[in-house]
Design a protein around this ligand. Structure first.
Ligand code: G6P
Length: 371
């Protein structure tokens, strides 16, 4: 009923707007006033945590994309090698896993059969298994050694939204906690990132409050047969997630690419009027920002309609963007939390305008409990 949806047309839209609160709940109680990050539910001694020599993240669907983002953050902050693999691929090859491997299974429902099989496969080989999950007492956390709950509240819409952004936050907490224990980041660096995370509910609220342009865009693009998404570094999984949402909800052909790969193939697809979303990294010490900006110039010269997600005060965007979706300033590694949300809204709105059932897309299930 409308009451259950708090007056929203869809559970999905309600859940998109719940994200500031959901993220706040994921963060709740993790950070002491004395500046120490706490992750007691890991149930591993500091000695065990220091022995971890490899992390393998396994997941499916949107949760897999959260894992792809986590890899960048975990390797950068902890210097522990981190692989990310689709759970059903991990399960049926012969992965190298040992008692010093930490396998992290990300699953909103905790019931995805492919992910559960991967957890069992890892446990059989002696790995420690940590679940990042939103559903209390579900099967995956029960079969894991430890669990970090995301506390996003029930997610009803089939397409994951607050499940995803809270998974990102849980992964950041895991990375920063490991960095604290292993001494790979200075305390003030951890404090700076935690302060940004604690600001994130308010920052994200600003993105939601300024979402009018993306909703209007959905109306303009309702008849488009195909849409591309480009991103680089942590913006790459965001591009994949933006494309997945459009396929799932609007049944439009959509693909996400790593921006650096453009010249190796995808640029051949670019033609007059093709909509391309581009996620631009914040301007930083590396060259990522400039490289993505020059990608935008390249596709625009070939007729693409560019929808650019970039920092609100970026002086290079105006002349290159047909539409500019302005993002508040945050650290590069945290930007996916902000950049994903306009893409969720875009897909939700486009599907609504096409008359599709946003909460129950055809052929999909909220949790796939068969292999
Ligand atoms: C299904 C859903 C997706 C979800 C995936 C993984 O395919 O339709 O939205 O991302 O399962 O679900 P999980 O509950 O394991 O995160």
């Amino acid at each position: 009923s409308a009451a259950e949806k708090d007056g929203f047309d869809w559970f999905m839209r309600k859940e998109i707007y719940e994200q500031p609160k959901a993220i706040g709940d994921t963060l709740l109680g993790r950070y002491d006033t004395d500046g120490a990050l706490r992750l007691d539910e890991l149930r591993m001694s500091e000695a065990e945590l220091r022995r971890i020599d490899k992390i393998i993240i396994v997941a499916c669907g949107t949760a897999f994309y959260a894992g792809l983002v986590a890899k960048y953050a975990i390797e950068h902050w902890t210097r522990i090698a981190c692989e990310v693999e689709l759970a059903h691929e991990f399960r049926y090859r012969d992965p190298i896993v040992n008692p010093n491997t930490l396998v992290v299974c990300i699953s909103q429902s905790g019931e995805t059969a492919d992910s559960l099989m991967a957890v069992r496969h890892a446990a059989e080989q002696g790995a420690k298994v940590l679940a990042i999950c939103n559903t209390n007492g579900s099967t995956i956390p029960r079969e894991s050694d430890a669990v970090i709950y995301t506390h996003a509240g029930p997610e009803i819409g089939v397409a994951s939204t607050k499940g995803f952004t809270t998974q990102l936050v849980a992964c950041y907490l895991l990375g920063l906690y490991l960095a604290q224990v292993r001494g790979t980041l200075f305390g003030d660096e951890i404090a700076r990132l935690m302060a940004e995370l604690e600001e994130m509910p308010a920052t994200l609220q600003r993105v939601l409050d300024e979402s009018e342009p993306v909703l209007k865009l959905a109306g303009d693009f309702a008849e488009q047969p195909s849409v591309l998404f480009l991103g680089r570094h942590v913006g790459y999984p965001v591009a994949l997630e933006g494309a997945l949402k459009l396929k799932e909800l609007a049944y439009i052909h959509a693909e996400g690419f790593a921006a650096g790969e453009l010249k190796h193939g995808p640029i051949a697809l670019v033609d007059d009027g093709l909509p391309v979303f581009v996620v631009v990294p914040p301007k930083g010490r590396d060259m990522l920002h400039d490289k993505v900006v020059s990608n935008i110039a390249e596709i625009r010269a070939r007729g693409a309609l560019t929808v650019v997600l970039a920092e609100e005060d970026d002086p290079e965007i105006e002349p290159l963007a047909d539409v500019w979706i302005r993002l508040p300033k945050v650290s590069t590694l945290l930007q996916p939390v902000l950049a994903t949300v306009p893409l969720q809204l875009f897909a939700c709105e486009l599907a609504t305008r096409k008359g599709h059932d946003v909460d129950q897309p055809r052929n999909l299930a909220k949790s796939v409990t068969v292999e």
